[in-house]
Design a protein. Structure first.
Length: 477
């Protein structure tokens, strides 16, 4: 499988094409130091076989950052070294930190903007990125990722809504690219050309008057020209359309652009594949065939992931929430146990917790767990009793209500399976209890359901009994 082909990123040999992109865990304290829960979270990805692990955003500056890791001072190096040592001790995964600068914000909803920055402050930000990269190398990371995505400082310089009118002017493409070039130049000067420098950016801003992939591909081209070793593509996540709740700091993932960054279950799978293909072809046509790109966006199914690579729409698979749900996605697939992968349902409980600055966990984990449970391949699968689940269905007011009996064994949840008009069966929902509801029904279509019980490491029971539903068309009066 192409998924398990190695990739050389400026001397950093990824054992496979599965990348865990940066996901804030909120597990660090206000001190920004690495603690044991942080180490445990990232060790699980290494144990699960990820090729590249991008550690959550770390602040490069000394201002207040809340429960966020920091890399703004040498005092953070020992903790970061413990983290990299633990990851490297648990498998061949490579690990880089995502380093970030963000502007000030207040609970009133006020946010600092780029035009409030003095030239001296911009110079300081550039130095902060370079110094943070040096600390990352000293801490044992295999490279570094510059965070130029979403609603943060470098991304704001790249934006069509950049309000500056100087050398970093938002009115010209070169003005918008200027800050990125200065940061990359400073980082390279301080860490050298023999160490991987990666970058993440948004190919489309997904806000009013924001840029689309037509300009996003130009940003990717400049990154390649600057010698960025791996370009990671995201979408949206901007502050301009954030929904502000009184008394809370505006959250950049609360508006439509936040939906596009972390699309929920109502969005189609692989929704950014065409964006990746556009960028990949644009770089290829300009001679940057060896600059790898990564793309995120509801990549869960192994066959979809393999196809993205086979069709060279991307070179690396940035699998975020699916790897949170099941860090063992790569190793299960490699062992031929794809049926044991715990599929992310994109319920976005993790996104909600992040927005509330609470510990980020997955709804699919056992109740009360702070980390994904360790894999146990030998655990016996759940089973139904003599009634085979006794799945029943009631339909009223446009809603199908499903109920079934409890399965036997160590049950972590139930996968509710649905097929429309004899189409492909898919997981409609995963629930903890023994009932579920389907509200996305249309009269005149035929629906088929069954349920599988699942344990905490992905073993599933045989299907329950099957029930059919054919809502009738209601004649117009």
């Amino acid at each position: 499988m192409r998924i398990f082909e190695p990739l050389n990123v400026n001397g950093m040999i990824l054992p496979n094409r599965v990348m865990v992109p940066a996901m804030v865990t909120r597990l660090s304290g206000e001190d920004g130091q690495v603690n044991q829960p942080i180490i445990d979270r990232y060790v699980r990805y290494a144990q699960g076989g990820a090729g590249l692990i991008v550690v959550e955003a770390m602040a490069v500056h000394k201002g207040k950052a809340g429960p966020l890791l920091r890399i703004s001072d040498d005092e953070f190096i020992p903790g970061l070294r413990r983290l990299t040592d633990a990851i490297h001790a648990n498998g061949p995964s490579k690990v880089v930190p995502q380093i970030i600068h963000f502007l000030k914000a207040a609970r009133s909803g006020w946010r600092q903007t780029l035009d409030m920055l003095s030239d001296a402050e911009i110079d300081s930000i550039i130095e902060d990125f370079g110094d943070a990269a040096v600390r990352a190398r000293e801490a044992g990371f295999d490279g570094v990722e510059l965070h130029a995505a979403h609603g943060y400082t470098l991304s704001s310089f790249l934006s069509r809504r950049n309000p500056r009118r100087d050398a970093h002017s938002g009115r010209t493409m070169e003005g918008r690219l200027h800050m990125l070039g200065r940061v990359v130049e400073n980082v390279r000067k301080k860490v050298g050309k023999d160490w991987p420098v990666c970058a993440r950016f948004v190919a489309e801003e997904c806000i009013k008057d924001g840029y689309t992939v037509e300009e996003g591909k130009l940003i990717a081209l400049r990154m390649a020209q600057l010698g960025i070793d791996l370009i990671s593509i995201s979408m949206g996540g901007k502050h301009e359309d954030a929904e502000h709740k009184p008394g809370e700091i505006p959250h950049g993932y609360s508006g439509y652009s936040g939906d596009r960054c972390m699309p929920g279950d109502w969005y189609p799978k692989l929704l950014n594949a065409h964006i990746a293909e556009t960028v990949r072809r644009f770089l290829d046509e300009r001679g940057f065939t060896k600059t790898p790109i990564a793309i995120a966006g509801k990549i869960s199914e192994p066959e979809d992931a393999e196809r993205l690579l086979a069709e060279r729409k991307t070179d690396v698979l940035a699998i975020a929430r699916q790897m949170l749900a099941d860090p063992d996605w790569p190793v299960k697939l490699k062992r031929g146990e794809a049926d044991r992968i715990i599929r992310c349902t994109y319920c976005n409980v993790c996104k909600k917790l992040d927005g509330e600055h609470k510990d980020v966990i997955c709804f699919l984990w056992p109740k009360g767990s702070k980390q994904a449970p360790p894999d146990r391949p030998d655990l016996p699968a759940p089973a139904w009793g003599a009634d085979k689940g006794n799945l029943t269905i009631e339909f009223a007011d446009g809603t199908a209500k499903l109920k079934w009996s409890a399965a036997q064994g160590q049950i972590a949840g139930y996968e509710v399976m649905r097929a429309d008009d004899e189409g492909t069966v898919h997981i409609m929902d995963t629930v903890k209890g023994t009932q579920a509801a389907d509200r996305l029904l249309m009269a005149g279509r035929r629906y088929r359901y069954y349920v599988r019980a699942r344990d905490e490491v992905g073993h599933v029971s045989p299907p329950s009994n099957t029930v059919l539903l054919e809502p009738e068309l209601v004649a117009a009066e």
